[in-house]
Design a binder for this molecule. Structure first.
Ligand code: HEC
Length: 171
């Protein structure tokens, strides 16, 4: 309700809108205006306090963010461009397993992560989401298997060749 005269139309008498008998004197009207002005002032102060509180909270959040380890921040930054961090929150891998995940994100999905950052991110993922026993056996077994295959290939090939020579000589 506006009691003070605003730019009212000439033929409107605002006193008609005042509750009858409530504001009899000019003194009461002045008191009412002061009350409203005080309320407005108090609301301004509350708004300023809220703004100051928000600034404080933002500064604290920024400080907290700066205190987090670089590798953790980098991982979050680079690995949440296409999906949320929930995508890999519960995933567990060995170092090699994580290296392959990161490599797949880069080579198959086109994640623009420089090589240097890839190893920082892999280190962080491997430390914060290490493999369980089963995954460890599988993923650590993989390179052993590959090395075993690579190492035995000349032996196997040599045997095959020798056998072919024998059959040719017999013929
Ligand atoms: C360029 C977009 C992109 C970025 C950046 C990206 N990803 Fe992905 N990610 C995908 C897509 C697309 C899939 C689903 C297809 C797939 O599995 O390759 C996926 C799936 C995954 C999965 C689930 C499949 C799995 O192998 O378990 C994991 C875990 C994952 N991402 C981890 C990461 C990590 C860690 C990073 C940061 C190094 C990252 N992503 C960054 C696009 C991205």
């Amino acid at each position: 309700m506006v009691f003070a005269a605003g730019p009212a139309a000439a033929d409107i008498d605002i006193s008609e809108y005042e509750p009858p008998g409530a504001l009899e004197s000019a003194r009461q009207r002045a008191q009412m205006r002061e009350g409203i002005a005080a309320d407005i002032e108090a609301e301004h102060r509350r708004a300023e306090q809220r703004a100051a509180q928000e600034r404080r909270e933002r500064a604290e959040a920024a400080a907290r963010e700066a205190r987090r380890p670089y590798a953790e921040r980098l991982t979050e930054q680079r690995c949440t461009a296409c999906h949320t961090a929930r995508n890999f929150a519960d995933v567990r891998h060995t170092w090699l397993g994580w290296r392959l995940v990161v490599a797949r994100m880069v080579w198959l999905n086109g994640a623009p992560i420089p090589l240097q950052e890839q190893s920082v991110i892999t280190g962080h993922l491997a430390a914060s989401r290490p493999a369980d026993a089963f995954t460890r056996v599988i993923e650590n077994g993989l390179p052993v298997l590959l090395i075993a295959i690579a190492a035995s290939t000349p032996v196997v090939l040599g045997r095959l060749r020798a056998r072919r020579r024998e059959t040719r000589q017999q013929a």
